[in-house]
Design a protein around this ligand. Structure first.
Ligand SMILES: [Zn+2]
Length: 257
């Protein structure tokens, strides 16, 4: 975000991401000047000082860049639903968001399990702090982990078969959906009734929380793993992105634009 109304109840609570007066996104929004924002493709961005955060010196800029989106999107639900010592967290999908979320959940003291489609992700998941890695393609994963977690955060667009994931929740557990699938989510009411489960969604985080997240990452040595590319490599990177072949975020060096 580069702007929000600053006056509504959500802005006043430091939750600009839910601004009811209309927030301005860094990319593809209309700013106060009536022009579209171009995000990371810009050479300069004019921004209200309230929307500027400080990148701690110990986090390299290229590694910090994805924290401003993927990082805060994982940090905010982990904090809101109190991931910490004694809590069990499952992260669905080990990509740009998941690989940062695992590091954060571990640093908060939670026991974290990663579920993903690809067995090749196992080593990285364990290296970055997961206590367990399970394949979401194996039915056994869902039977053995039935009612095992306090918090399940999905970073992938699952809309059918959601009940299998809700079934992972222990009593009063919360399933947080961060993805935006094209189809409506399909769930069985019975799965929700069992264990008094909840389903929720969140949208990035406020500016104060974004600063808190950056400071937390610096303190715990957390960063996004990135591949830095030049502007002329964008098309190739996009093809690799569609094929799921990126570890774990591409960052464009904008001096090459
Ligand atoms: Zn507002």
């Amino acid at each position: 975000m580069v702007d929000a109304c600053g006056k509504c109840e959500n802005c006043l609570a430091g939750l600009e991401q839910y601004c009811s007066g209309g927030r301005t996104l860094t990319y593809n929004s209309i700013g106060r000047d009536g022009k579209r924002t171009d995000g990371g493709y810009s050479q300069h961005i004019v921004v209200d000082e309230r929307f500027v955060v400080r990148i701690p010196e110990s986090v390299a800029l290229a590694n910090a860049a994805p924290l401003l989106c993927a990082g805060i999107t994982m940090y905010s639900p982990l904090r809101h639903w109190k991931a910490g010592p004694g809590s069990k967290v499952a992260i669905i999908g080990f990509g740009g968001l998941g690989h940062v979320g695992v590091q954060m959940a571990k640093a908060m003291g939670a026991q974290t399990t990663v579920l993903d489609l690809s067995p090749e992700k196992r080593d990285d998941a364990l290296r970055l702090g997961a206590e367990d890695f399970r394949l979401s393609t194996e039915p056994e994963t869902f039977t053995s982990l039935d009612s095992a977690f306090d918090l399940v955060i999905s970073t992938v667009p699952i809309y059918v078969g959601l009940d299998r994931y809700l079934g992972l929740l222990a009593r009063d557990g919360v399933y947080v959906n961060l993805a935006v699938p094209a189809q409506p989510l399909s769930i069985s009411a019975t799965t929700l009734l069992t264990n008094r489960r909840s389903i929720a969604g969140t949208r990035s985080g406020g500016i104060a929380e974004t600063q808190e997240m950056l400071d937390f990452c610096a303190e715990h040595g957390i960063s996004a793993e990135v591949e830095v590319i030049h502007a002329d490599g964008i098309d190739d990177a996009y093809r690799r992105l569609l094929a799921g072949n990126v570890r774990f975020r591409f960052v464009i060096d904008n001096t090459t634009l």
